[in-house]
Write a new protein. Structure first.
Length: 72
């Protein structure tokens, strides 16, 4: 049998989970890749984010790191 603290903890967790889901649904991504890597020119495929296809600007993490190091 659950005591009052356990019941309160479960209710708080439900509110936290609902807030996280709301934030995820409202998240926006402002990536405007054109299908080619801005560092090496390799093709970049779209990925699904929140049910929508998003085309990135880099083909790999290595190219992303190169791009970010050039910006700073």
């Amino acid at each position: 049998m659950s005591d009052e603290v356990d019941i309160a903890d479960e209710k708080v967790q439900l509110f936290i989970d609902a807030a996280i889901m709301t934030a995820k649904r409202q998240a926006t991504v402002n990536i405007k890749g054109d299908g080619t890597c801005i560092v090496c020119g390799a093709p970049v495929e779209a990925i699904m984010f929140n049910g929508k296809p998003v085309v990135g600007r880099w083909c790999s993490l290595e190219c992303r790191h190169i791009s970010e190091s050039e910006e700073s």
